[in-house]
Design a protein around this ligand. Structure first.
Ligand SMILES: [Zn+2]
Length: 867
């Protein structure tokens, strides 16, 4: 479609001449509950100035029909000025009034105005999601982040509904079967941050109040909403507690009063991402409303997201990047703050940095080793580039590097810089240098070299200890070797650990130092006894891959589970330090496995030995996930069955030994479902489902039931009738997704063909069911069944990319890639596609290149494991 993919140059040219005074947007969704109505009426009035009268520019709009366009009192013919993606604006005056009336489409893909019908009660729900550029699916606008303006929304909706938008509503007018909600004008914000949520949502209200330094009182009305049928599961108290703790913390740290009036948090169905920071109207995926028992790690993850979005009210909403190159200016900060605030705000989640080290950084390391990696400050040519950059670099590596920056300039200078940045750029747009200027002023340090090393280059460094000792067992020299390009300055801690009488590995020494160049000597360690383990990047201050010397690695093979055992230097390093060291060791051995430097059998052996002793349930759950991945793609195929049985037996053993009713018990039950293959293991799951078997303390609730059904279905031990009966029992949106996944997972050619056709050959399914079909289709144990789809996959790629929305296209490209066909033939087929499609869309090529890299890595790891 012409003009759909806005380029950076076009945005720059437009911003050079246009200044937007205000938007008034009216949406009529009063007939939304009628599934026969594919569109809604959208009326936009934009007041804007043009610095070059006589110039031609354009507004963005993706709509099936434009009814009318009026510019400065003149009617323009939609057939002439609208091309499906843009409205041409000829001969602009110094001041302009543009009115566009369009029929816009309800979305099924989560992009634009999404419409969802709840199978539990037939109610219809709407919400918008725009980032990076889908507001134009809902109203005509200038879709780029640096053309900020106040927005005034008016929404006509069914009378029984509530409507939420960025600002408070000022008036509701009854019109019989409908009501019209008029909202107050927002402060100046970017188009991608506007939001409307409408439907018969269940709501819980609360209030936050705070005395500001100038003596005035800040009052923030709070609301938390979810679908009515989820209300019985909605723990709004817990959500609002974290919300208030966060508001206290950010006011204290940022010293800039929350600028957007009220604070609504809406949990919405079929949401594509975790959450979105719309000012005053944050949207979350409703899977954060837990229908069944989840572990503390899930609550922690939700609290992290709540705080991440809240940090955006300042980083992103108050001060916004000029273009998507500087997306990191908001995402890296919010990602860092999500963890930082969990500790700082005094929430009950104390494992934030352990989770960060273990899970968040794994995402960054993976992304940063792709051939498609990029600097944290990216080169974003257009909107397709932008869409792909919500990735492990922009979020997790950026946040890791900010953590390193805090270690480098100090916490006080860091926050003082942030405060100055907010004051100077409030309601404006910024680039990298604006932030560096603020931080240099408060820290007194030259950050240009630091920025060049950390923000403007890509790739991860490796840090390895090198230890020389004398005949008496004393350290002669301990050094840290740095590999990778470029070499960077790192502020790190090096920990020395020794075994105590009980076999716990406790820290005996900690040295904090600056590492620079290829080799840095830890001078203070000379003369100390040789330790059992040297841990570089102890306390996880920097972003790097950690390696070990031979002796340390041997120690971990027998002692990883006891690393950081209580009674170490906890008082010095903080209460999280013992578990953090272990999480770092787990992360390091995972990286060794992924890099083909540790055979998969050795990694799995560590999991079999020590996962049962892991106290942090979040770490345990990532071990489960990684062990599953290792088995599926990194294991020598000849040994896969043997490893799989060992993991399932380990799961069964730990499940029976776990404290009844504990999070650990639930995690092991889920892992048993993931690994069960043998008839007796599957029979055990069936017994738990039908009540003939039980495990003390384990409640087989609805989500756990579905995970058992998935295991049975994947192994041909569940029938379509049984799955239909389970859906009867759980006739909800969640149940529908789970049943879809189970059906696609059945080990028959028909099931695979149906899932493929439903997603690739049709665009009828909503995003959530696309995801479920793909997850069911691509199962690691079904290689023979899915092998015939490798060739059609490559044939379909370009059509999918051209014809489907980018959100759905990304899922199909990533989800159907034959990643379990870990053979040289699949690699060759991927290379053949890449070499014969040099002109395919760059964003599509990037996704395929990343899949290819994962596959090549899997082949290397398998080779290592086979030796
Ligand atoms: Zn974010």
């Amino acid at each position: 479609m012409p003009g759909k993919n806005l380029s950076r140059e076009e945005a720059r040219d437009r911003a050079a001449i246009i200044r937007v005074e205000s938007y008034r947007v009216h949406l009529d969704v009063s007939a939304a509950a009628d599934p026969g109505r594919p569109t809604f009426r959208s009326t936009t009035r934009i007041s804007f100035d043009c610095a070059e009268p006589g110039a031609t520019s354009f507004a963005d709009l993706l709509a099936p029909e434009v009814v009318s366009v009026e510019l400065n009192g003149l009617a323009l013919d939609p057939a002439e000025v609208f091309d499906g993606a843009r409205v041409t604006l000829p001969v602009l005056a110094a001041h302009n009034e543009l009115t566009v009336v369009a029929e816009c489409a309800y979305s099924r893909t989560g992009e634009g105005l999404h419409r969802f019908v709840d199978p539990a009660d037939g109610e219809t729900y709407l919400y918008t999601h725009y980032e990076p550029a889908d507001a134009r699916r809902v109203f005509a606008n200038f879709e780029q982040p640096d053309l900020k303006a106040p927005f005034t929304f008016t929404v006509t909706a069914p009378a029984a509904w509530d409507v939420y938008a960025n600002a408070v509503h000022e008036r509701i007018t009854d019109e019989g079967a409908a009501r019209t909600w008029e909202f107050a004008p927002t402060r100046p914000i970017s188009t991608y941050l506007t939001a409307v949520v409408a439907g018969p949502y269940h709501v819980v209200r609360d209030h936050y109040t705070r005395e500001l330094p100038d003596g005035t009182r800040l009052e923030i009305p709070l609301a938390a909403t979810c679908r009515r049928s989820l209300a019985p599961h909605f723990d709004a108290d817990e959500i609002l507690t974290v919300t208030k703790q966060g508001l206290d913390f950010f006011h204290q740290e940022f010293d800039y009063p929350y600028p957007f009036g009220k604070y609504d948090q809406c949990f919405v169905p079929e949401y594509n991402i975790g959450a979105m920071e719309n000012p005053g109207c944050v949207t979350f995926r409703e899977e954060f409303v837990f229908r069944s028992k989840v572990t503390e790690a899930a609550y922690e993850s939700r609290a992290n997201v709540i705080l991440h979005e809240m940090a955006h009210m300042w980083f992103g909403d108050l001060v916004t990047m000029k273009w998507w190159d500087d997306l990191w200016l908001k995402e890296s900060f919010a990602d860092f703050m999500g963890s930082y605030a969990q500790i700082g705000a005094g929430t009950r989640y104390r494992s934030a940095w352990i989770t960060f080290a273990n899970r968040r950084k794994a995402w960054a390391y993976r992304q940063d080793q792709f051939p498609t990696t990029h600097p944290i400050t990216a080169d974003i040519r257009d909107l397709e580039d932008a869409k792909l950059n919500f990735d492990g670099i922009t979020y997790a590596k950026g946040a890791s590097v900010l953590k390193q920056l805090v270690a480098y300039v100090g916490r006080d200078a860091f926050f003082e810089g942030a405060r100055a940045y907010f004051r100077k750029h409030a309601f404006g747009n910024t680039v990298l240098t604006d932030l560096l200027d603020a931080l240099e002023e408060t820290s007194g340090r030259d950050l240009r070299a630091w920025s060049a090393a950390w923000l403007q280059t890509s790739g991860v460094n490796t840090l390895t200890p090198e230890l020389v000792h004398d005949a008496e067992g004393r350290i002669t020299e301990l050094a840290v070797r740095q590999d990778g390009t470029p070499l960077r300055p790192h502020r790190i801690a090096v920990g020395l650990y020794d075994l105590d009488a009980d076999g716990a590995l406790l820290r005996t020494d900690r040295y904090e130092l600056d590492v620079a160049g290829e080799r840095t000597v830890v001078a203070a360690a000379a003369g100390r006894p040789v330790p059992a383990l040297v841990l570089v990047n102890d306390d996880d201050l920097t972003y790097c891959k950690v390696r070990f010397d031979e002796r340390s690695l041997e120690t971990l093979r027998t002692g990883l589970g006891g690393l950081g055992g209580l009674g170490g230097l906890a008082d010095e390093a903080g209460p999280d330090a013992p578990g953090l060291a272990r999480a770092l060791a787990w992360s390091a051995v995972w990286n060794l496995t992924r890099d083909g430097l540790m055979p998969t059998r050795d990694y799995l052996d560590l999991v079999l030995r020590f996962a049962g002793r892991e106290s942090d349930v979040g770490v345990l759950q990532s071990l489960h996930q990684q062990a599953g991945d290792a088995l599926a793609v990194y294991a020598d195929p000849a040994r896969r069955a043997e490893y799989g049985t060992a993991l399932a037996e380990c799961a069964l053993r730990e499940l029976s030994q776990a404290t009844p009713g504990s999070d650990h018990q639930l995690a092991w039950a889920r892992f048993l479902a993931d690994t069960a293959e043998r008839a007796d293991h599957l029979q055990l799951l069936r017994g738990l489902l039908d009540g003939t078997g039980r495990i003390d303390g384990l409640t087989v609730d609805q989500e756990l039931r579905w995970s058992f059904w998935l295991a049975l279905a994947s192994h041909g031990r569940a029938s379509a009738e049984e799955l239909a009966a389970e859906l009867e029992r759980d006739n909800t949106a969640g149940g529908r997704r789970q049943r879809t996944q189970c059906l696609a997972a059945l080990p028959t050619p028909e099931a695979k063909a149906a899932a493929w056709a439903a997603v690739v050959d049709s665009d009828e399914l909503p995003n959530a069911l696309v995801e479920a079909e793909i997850a069911g289709f691509n199962r690691p144990g079904q290689r023979e069944l899915t092998a015939p789809y490798a060739a059609p996959y490559f044939e379909a790629l370009e059509t999918v990319w051209a014809e489907r929305s980018i959100e759905i296209a990304m899922r199909i490209v990533g989800g159907f890639f034959p990643r379990y066909q870990t053979t040289p033939e699949t690699l060759a087929a991927t290379d053949a596609w890449l070499s014969t499609r040099p002109d395919a869309a760059p964003a599509l090529r990037r996704l395929v290149l990343e899949c290819r890299d994962d596959l090549a890595r899997a082949l290397r790891a398998q080779e290592c494991d086979a030796q």
